[in-house]
Design a protein around this ligand. Structure first.
Ligand code: FRU
Length: 495
C-alpha cells in the first residue's frame, strides 16, 4: 500500500512495456541452448496508444515471471506501416537455408509475421544471433493474396506430415486458412476452416496439439480470436477441439468454447520449441480493444497475462455433461514474503478473514463448500473484498450459490469508460458435491482467477486511483452457516 508515484498500478509478475503501447504477444519461443524464454509483442514505443510505425518489441526471461527489456526486434520500412502479429519457429534443420553450421540448430530463429502496408502479406525475417536482431528475407513477401485483411500467421512444425504448417486468417471472410511448406518460403493452401462466433472479424489463429490429462492421448486445438463483437463484449478468444492430419482440421464436435470468461484475455499465442510434454505454454494480451487505449496507466499501456500451462481434460459443465475442455494453470516463480492459512471455518455474518499485502501482489487459494441449497428469495454471498489501504476503493469478488456463479465487480471511480464492463461473472459447476476451488493471482491492476484447478478461468484488469494498490483482503459472508471454508490461504508475493 506504500505510495509509489505512478508505479503503483504497474504489475510486477506480469510483463508490461517500459513505456509506450503494447498489444498481442508475438513470436514466443524457448531457446534450448541458452535456456532463455523470448517474448515479442506488438509495440508502439512512441506513444501510449496503438499507432504506426508498429514494431515487434522484445523481452527475455529465465523464469517466465520477470522479463528483461531488449531492443526493438523488427520494424517496418515506412512510418505508416506496421510489423503486425506473427510467430517464431526454430529451423533446426535449416529448411530455409538462412543458416550455416556456425549457427547452433537450437538458435536458428525465423519470424513469420504480417507486414501491414497497402495490403497485408506474410513475410519472413531471420536472426543469426538467437533472436536479438533480425534480417528481413530479401524475397518477401512469402504469402500474398492481395488482401488488406490477411494476417497473424502462426507456424508450427508438423512431424507426421514433415512440413511447416501455418494458420492465418482471411480476417473479414471469417476464414482460418491452413497452409503447408517445406522451407517456410513457399506455401500451399491445404484447407480453410470456419467456426464459432464471427464478431466483426477473425484474428490471431493458432493450431496446436495438447495432451489429455491422465492419458497418452492428445487432441488438436484451434484457437481463434474475434474482435470486436465477442459475446463477452469486444475482443475474446474461442477454441475448437479436433484432429489434424497435416492438411485439414476436423473438429470433434460443434461446440464453440471460450478460452477465458474475463474481459481481458485476447490474442493468446503458444510457445515454440518447448521441450515439455505435460502441457503447452501460452501467453495472452490482458486487455480488450474496447478500452485498451483509454485505461488510466501512465506512459505505458497493457500487460500480458501470466504464462499458462494448457492441457485438456473432461470437465463437468453441468450435472449431465462432461466436455473435453482446456485446463489452464498459471506458471510463475515468486517468493512468499508473508502468508496466512485458515481451515475448517463455517463463516458467520460478522466473521471476516483478513490479510494485508502491501505490495499489491498476492495470490489466494480458497476451497469451500456450500452447506445449504438455498433458493429465492435468499441471496447468499461469499465475498472477498480487495481494497486499498484506506478502504476508500475496493473490488469485490464472490460467489452466489443460488445463481451458481462467481462474480467480479471491478467498478471504481478511477476508470469510467462505457465499454469497461464493471460486473463480470462465470458459472462454475462444483468439482465435488457443492465444493469449489478458486486460485486467484492479483498483481496491482490485474486479477487472474482459476476455478477448480483451472477448469474455468476469468481474467480482468481493474483500476484504482493513482498511488493506490490493492492490498487489504476481507473474506466475509452475508449469511450464517452457509459457507464452510475448508481452507483459505493468502500469500504476498515478491520477485
Ligand atoms: C489483434 C490484432 C492483429 C494484428 C495486430 C495489430 O489484436 O488486431 O490482428 O496483427 O493486432 O497490432
Amino acid at each position: 500500500c506504500a505510495a509509489l508515484a505512478f508505479a503503483a498500478e504497474r504489475p510486477l509478475i506480469h510483463f508490461t512495456p517500459e513505456k509506450g503501447w503494447m498489444n498481442d504477444p508475438n513470436g514466443l519461443f524457448y531457446d534450448r541452448k541458452d535456456d532463455i524464454w523470448h517474448l515479442y509483442f506488438q509495440y508502439n514505443p512512441n506513444q501510449p496508444y496503438w499507432n504506426q510505425p508498429l514494431y515487434w518489441g522484445h523481452a527475455i526471461s529465465k523464469d517466465l515471471t520477470t522479463w528483461t527489456h531488449e531492443k526493438l526486434a523488427i520494424g517496418p520500412e515506412h512510418a505508416d506501416e506496421g510489423i503486425f502479429s506473427g510467430s517464431i519457429v526454430v529451423d533446426h534443420n535449416n529448411t530455409t537455408g538462412f543458416f550455416n553450421e556456425s549457427i547452433n540448430p537450437d538458435q536458428r530463429v525465423v519470424a513469420i509475421y504480417t507486414n501491414n502496408a497497402d495490403i497485408q502479406t506474410q513475410d519472413l525475417a531471420y536472426s543469426l544471433d538467437g533472436g536479438y536482431t533480425f534480417t528481413k528475407y530479401s524475397e518477401n513477401p512469402v504469402l500474398n493474396v492481395n488482401s488488406t485483411q490477411f494476417r497473424d500467421p502462426k507456424v508450427i512444425w508438423h512431424q507426421e506430415s514433415y512440413q511447416w504448417i501455418m494458420t492465418v486468417v482471411q480476417a473479414q471472410q471469417y476464414q482460418i486458412q491452413i497452409y503447408g511448406s517445406t522451407d517456410l518460403k513457399h506455401w500451399n493452401l491445404h484447407s480453410n476452416f470456419s467456426a464459432g462466433f464471427t464478431g466483426y472479424q477473425y484474428e490471431c489463429p493458432g493450431l496446436i496439439e495438447i495432451p489429455i490429462v491422465g492419458t497418452n492421448e492428445t487432441k488438436w486445438v484451434m484457437f481463434l480470436a474475434i474482435n470486436p463483437g465477442s459475446p463477452l463484449g469486444g475482443s475474446s478468444d474461442q477454441y475448437f477441439i479436433g484432429d489434424f492430419d497435416g492438411f485439414q482440421f476436423k473438429p470433434m464436435d460443434s461446440y464453440t468454447r471460450l478460452v477465458d470468461l474475463g474481459k481481458d484475455f485476447y490474442a493468446l499465442q503458444t510457445f515454440s520449441d518447448v521441450e515439455k510434454t505435460d502441457g503447452v505454454l501460452a501467453i495472452a494480451w490482458a486487455s480488450n480493444w474496447q478500452y485498451a487505449n483509454d485505461v488510466p496507466t501512465k506512459g505505458w499501456r497493457s500487460s500480458t497475462s501470466l504464462v499458462r500451462n494448457l492441457t485438456l481434460d473432461y470437465i463437468s459443465t453441468n450435472p449431465e455433461k462432461k466436455l473435453l475442455s482446456l485446463v489452464q494453470t498459471p506458471v510463475f516463480e515468486s517468493n512468499v514474503s508473508k502468508s496466512t492459512e485458515k481451515s475448517n471455518i463455517t463463516l458467520q455474518k460478522n466473521d471476516s478473514i483478513d490479510f494485508n499485502a502491501d505490495s499489491g501482489v498476492f495470490e489466494f487459494e480458497l476451497n469451500f463448500k456450500v452447506l445449504k441449497k438455498l433458493t429465492y428469495p435468499e441471496v447468499p454471498n461469499l465475498d472477498l473484498y480487495i481494497s486499498t489501504k484506506d478502504g476508500a476503493e475496493s473490488i469485490r469478488f464472490g460467489f452466489n450459490p443460488v445463481i451458481q456463479a462467481f462474480y467480479l465487480d471491478r467498478t471504481t471511480d478511477a476508470f469510467k469508460n462505457p465499454f469497461y464492463t464493471g460486473q463480470i461473472s462465470a458459472n462454475v459447476e462444483p468439482y465435488l458435491d457443492n465444493e469449489y476451488k478458486v486460485h486467484g493471482v492479483v498483481d496491482r491492476n490485474i486479477i487472474e482467477l482459476f476455478f477448480n484447478d483451472g477448469a474455468v478461468t476469468m481474467t480482468n484488469t481493474f483500476f484504482l486511483s493513482e498511488e493506490a494498490n490493492p492490498c487489504t483482503m476481507n473474506l466475509t459472508s452475508n449469511m450464517n452457516d452457509e459457507f464452510h471454508i475448508r481452507s483459505v490461504s493468502f500469500k504476498e508475493l515478491s520477485v
